[in-house]
Every structure is written in structure tokens, then in C-alpha cells.
Design a protein. Structure first.
Length: 225
């Protein structure tokens, strides 16, 4: 991952500490078929606003996808930007937003990657381990790995692979639109994450949980700006 030329190089000690923390968290990731009945499905998203971060959670009933609640938290960012460690910038504020939920979800769909990460610990996996909750990632862009474009019809998919490992699925959630990148985060498996992403992408490219989290992030921005 190339270092952006306009940014000062990171503190080597900070990188060393984050790398060690990331490895400890990665070792705790569990990929398995979920053993719960999915009734409440959360979506979450974060937006950086200058040196601050706004994080949003929405909770929807499943399978009807009716909105149950939405919460948000806004706070200063505690860590400088370091490629490969973005989750460490987002997670503290996401945890504070999660604590405001009145309806604990059975599953959290994160705007970002699960194991489809160079070191298999994207934001969805990290958040899942820290909360000890089932999570999955749905990202708009690939972070690492290779794939072939799926067919242009909704429901088409192709595997995302990295170093010979199947780390995600590239899914066409709507006819003739760019695909999304789905991967299990924690306490989930690839098949379940894929089917839930497709089942919740009802009208738009993004599945409803992350689409609504993104929508409410724009709404709540008006309250902090």
C-alpha cells in the first residue's frame, strides 16, 4: 500500500503498536455459519469531517427492513491517517455510537470490508471482535485481491481472491451498476453474508442497512456543521 506523498511519514512506534494490536485482533476473528435467528439487522457508516468523525448506526427489522431506530456520535479523531489501519480511526467513535442503541442487533452490516483486507482485519472484522457480535462488510471499492467482473445482471457474482484465499464476493446488486464487495467480518460465513447482502439490496446498489446509514450520516451532518 503506497504512502500518500502529501502526508508526513507515520511514527514508526505507532505503526508497530497498531500492527501488534491488529494481529491480536485478527487471531480472534471467527468465521462460521451464524447460529442466530436474524430479526434485527444494523447498518453503520462513518464520515470524516475535518479532524472529527461522525458515526451512524441504523437498526432495521428483518426481513421487512422497516427502520427501528437510528443513532449517531460525533467526536474528534484520535489517530492520524495511516494506510491499512483506517479501522483504528473509525472504531472508537463507532463503539460510542453503538452504545446509544436501544435495540441490540443480531447482525451488523458495516460500510467497509471484513476479511477482504491485506491482513484479514477490515473494519467489519475489527468491530465484530471488539463487540463480540456477528458482522459483515459491504464495500463500494476493492481494497485488496483479484477478481473477474461478474455478469451485468442482479445476483451475479465472482470470487475475490488474495494469495490463493477466497476473501470475499464481488456482487452485482442491481442490473448494469458497479458491483459491491462483500466479505464476512466476525461470527459469519461467506455464504450467509452474500445472501443477506443480496436480500437487502432491494432497490439500490447498496443494501438497505448501509445505504440508510449513509443517508442518515448526511442528515446528521447538518446538526454538527
Amino acid at each position: 500500500m503506497a504512502w500518500p506523498p502529501h502526508l508526513p511519514p507515520p511514527d514508526p512506534q505507532v505503526v508497530k503498536t497498531l500492527t501488534e494490536q491488529q494481529e491480536k485482533l485478527r487471531q480472534q476473528v471467527v468465521l462460521r455459519k451464524p447460529d442466530f435467528e436474524l430479526k434485527l439487522l444494523a447498518g453503520c457508516d462513518s464520515s470524516f469531517i475535518g479532524e472529527n468523525i461522525l458515526s451512524v448506526f441504523v437498526v432495521l427489522r428483518y426481513p421487512g427492513l422497516e427502520l427501528v431506530e437510528s443513532v449517531w456520535n460525533y467526536s474528534p479523531v484520535e489517530l492520524p491517517y495511516i494506510p491499512g489501519f483506517l479501522a483504528f480511526r473509525e472504531t472508537p467513535n463507532l463503539l460510542q455510537a453503538y452504545d446509544k442503541l436501544q435495540h441490540p442487533p443480531d447482525l451488523i452490516m458495516v460500510d467497509g470490508h471484513g476479511i477482504a483486507h491485506p491482513r484479514r482485519l477490515g473494519i467489519a472484522s475489527q468491530l465484530g471482535v471488539l463487540l463480540n457480535k456477528p458482522t459483515m462488510g459491504v464495500a463500494k471499492k476493492v481494497l485488496t485481491g483479484k477478481y473477474e467482473e461478474p455478469a451485468m445482471t442482479k445476483g451475479s457474482l465472482s470470487p475475490l481472491t488474495h494469495r490463493g484465499e477466497h476473501i470475499g464476493n464481488v456482487i452485482r446488486t442491481k442490473d448494469k451498476v458497479k458491483p459491491v464487495f462483500v466479505s464476512p467480518g466476525h461470527l459469519m460465513d461467506m455464504e450467509s453474508a452474500t445472501s443477506i447482502a443480496l436480500a437487502t439490496a432491494i432497490k439500490h446498489k447498496l443494501p438497505e442497512p448501509t445505504r440508510l446509514a449513509d443517508h442518515y450520516a448526511e442528515v446528521y451532518k447538518k446538526e454538527v456543521l
